[in-house]
Ligand binder design. Structure first.
Ligand code: MN
Length: 384
């Protein structure tokens, strides 16, 4: 059987207030075209379908339209929520979408209560048993009693608890089927793409590769935005990555979907197929004299501009934006002063690391855990 593994669509995501709807339209056109060209039997949609719990009409139009086009092409979809999706909203839509071939598993469920979705190949000869592991917050997973125990016990239990769920799926599998796991989880050892929510990549959300079923023909994961094969897992386990470079942390990353050929009892063969519709996100170092030349080079890329000047004068950022209409951030780089090297090196860090660095500088000590928790909460609120 052939599967198309895609996820982390984040439909509805904007960048610095600019809509990316056109890019999503292009990328999802590509996804549908690849599914049709490759004659896949099933699309595995591994969570973070939407970017936010509260969804814009444009985002719904695009997601529903994509699912209907796949249905009309005779290709069923199996989908799970990610941490960006409202599982309650997807649960509400599930019975409707089931009528158009999209099977959503909104919550973790035992194998015989909807946790495993069985799909037939289009030639009717083979069947796939797809075990679904939607995003689960460890806080909910651990159960109320364990909220009173130490944090370390909490995350050991999350890892072991996910392992128990996966073993229950494995026990229910039929070895004449193609057996697949799809999950929205962070497997320890994988490399973040740079714009996932940091808070969901911590140790308490990690699942160790040893917990993943060894008898799976393929394990399709969402959550990490950089496409990659997961090391240390017995079965072929991959993150398909996001469809667009969603933020500057993902600049320079090639985006793709994964097409998987799998048969019962045989290793799968996975191939990444590029998705080209998204604009590039670029960091550029310029002077005022360079602006014209850079404008000709960068095409429609979104830019983070570091403008080197002798001194800060009013209107510089406007001058950059006139020459480079896609400059989203403009930062002035003044001649090296004390502290400048340190400030410059901050640019390579993600926001959480920048905050830690700021805190260390301001307080001459490490930020306490509760401050970091508060930072994560505020950052998550601001970033939706
Ligand atoms: Mn995501």
């Amino acid at each position: 059987m052939r599967f198309l593994h895609t996820g982390d669509w984040h439909v509805g995501r904007t960048i610095r207030g600019r809509s990316r709807n056109d890019e999503f339209v292009g990328a999802l056109d590509e996804v549908v075209a690849i599914a049709v060209d490759q004659e896949v039997d099933v699309v595995l949609l591994t969570g973070d379908i939407y970017d936010k719990h509260v969804v814009s009409h444009d985002a719904d139009v695009l997601v529903f339209g994509t699912l209907i086009r796949l249905f009309e092409a005779g290709i069923p979809v199996v989908a799970i929520p990610g941490n960006h999706d409202s599982e309650a909203r997807l649960a509400a839509f599930a019975p409707l979408l089931a009528r158009v071939g999209t099977h959503i598993v909104p919550r973790v469920a035992p194998p015989d209560a909807g946790g495993i979705v069985t799909v037939a190949a289009r030639d009717g000869k083979q069947r796939a048993s797809i075990a679904c592991l939607p995003f689960i917050s460890p806080r909910r997973f651990s159960g109320a009693a364990e909220l009173f125990e130490s944090t370390s016990k909490g995350y050991v239990d999350f890892d072991a608890g996910v392992g128990r769920v996966l073993r229950a799926y494995e026990d229910a599998w039929d070895d004449t089927h193609v057996n697949i796991v799809m999950g929205h989880i962070f497997v320890s050892g994988s490399q973040p793409g740079g714009s996932e929510r940091e808070i969901t990549l911590g140790a308490d959300y990690a699942v160790s590769p040893q917990q993943l079923p060894t008898t799976a023909n393929y394990i399709a994961l969402g959550h990490i935005h950089k496409p990659q094969k997961v090391m240390g897992a017995a079965a072929d386990t991959r993150y398909c990555g996001s469809l667009l470079q969603l933020d500057f942390g993902e600049r320079g990353q090639d985006k793709s979907v994964t097409v998987v050929e799998a048969s019962p009892g045989k290793p799968a063969k996975a191939t990444d197929i590029p998705i080209a519709s998204g604009r590039s996100l670029l960091d550029v170092d310029v002077t005022i004299a360079d602006l014209e030349r850079i404008a000709a080079d960068v095409g429609d890329a979104y830019l983070r501009v570091n403008l080197a000047v002798e001194q800060a004068t009013p209107g510089l950022a406007d001058q950059v934006r006139r020459a480079l209409p896609n400059a989203l951030d403009v930062r002035l780089v003044l001649p090296e002063q004390e502290g400048e090297v340190e400030r410059r090196s901050l640019r390579g860090l993600d926001p959480r690391q920048q905050f830690i660095s700021y805190y260390q500088h301001a307080h001459q000590s490490q930020p306490p855990e509760e401050i970091l928790v508060a930072f994560d909460r505020v950052y998550e609120d601001v970033n939706g």
